[in-house]
Design a protein around this ligand. Sequence first.
Ligand SMILES: [Zn+2]
Length: 306
Amino acid sequence: MRITRRTLLSGAAAGIATAAFRPHAAWAETHFTLGGMEVTTLSDGYLTQPADFMFAPMPQDELAAYLASQGMERDAPLTPPCNVTLVRHENRVILFDAGSGTGFMDSVGALPDALAALGVDPGDITHVVFTHGHADHLWGVIDDFDEPFFFNAAHLMGRVEFDYWNDPATIDTISEDRVPMAAGAKRRLDLVGEHFTLFEDGAEVLPGVIAQATFGHSPGHMSFALADGGQAAMVVGDAILNDHTAFAHPDWPIGADSDLEAAARMRAGLLDQLAAEAMPMIGFHLPNGGVGHVDRFEGAFRFVPA
Ligand SMILES: [Zn+2]
């Protein structure tokens, strides 16, 4: 259920929108701790994408051989899960990305239900930290009345990413198929703008949360190292976009990235770092709630679910 204006004056909306409204909105959750941080990943649902959205720019003969070896079809629609990370640390309740909300796709928008199942009210969220401004990460910031859904929260976004989507010129310069996403981002930044705090690469945006620039999937995409009590994990957002080609062939361009070459370089470097540091990771579109680690495998990498 979403609606709100404090959910139609509280309680009144109980019969308006039930979980049956979103038949696929299972709120799977995965839980672990890092020192004093309680980390939970919640499902916002899943995307439905044509295969070419990911595969079109890849070397097609090698891709066909690779997908066959994985038992995957080249042209079947892709249905990647969407995992929003919730961190409870000291007196903070932190969300990494806001999910899709109601206006993007029917198969996403389950985050409010997932939070409710956990006993977390939107008003309990103290911080929403964004990896980037794409629809499945940003559009959930507003409710159906165009008001901030996480109405008590500070909103934090990397400055480069914020400036890109907030620039009125972006709608004129972005590829045509992405114009609706740019318009949707600009509208939300305008609506929630005064609640945004901007940060740079390397900033400790909150205690134990350190931003790491992973530009390429979007112009100012950020990942976040979570660290407490000598333990650490990395929220990678969409820097590592799938659990197949991104690991086995990190150098292959991925159609969903905005700068294909920069994203491929960044991805290979990030995978190398995560493998070298044996650091667990949370990927927004990876299976198993996104939680796992990176193994070196056959000259490249593979995702090992936790
Ligand atoms: Zn995404």
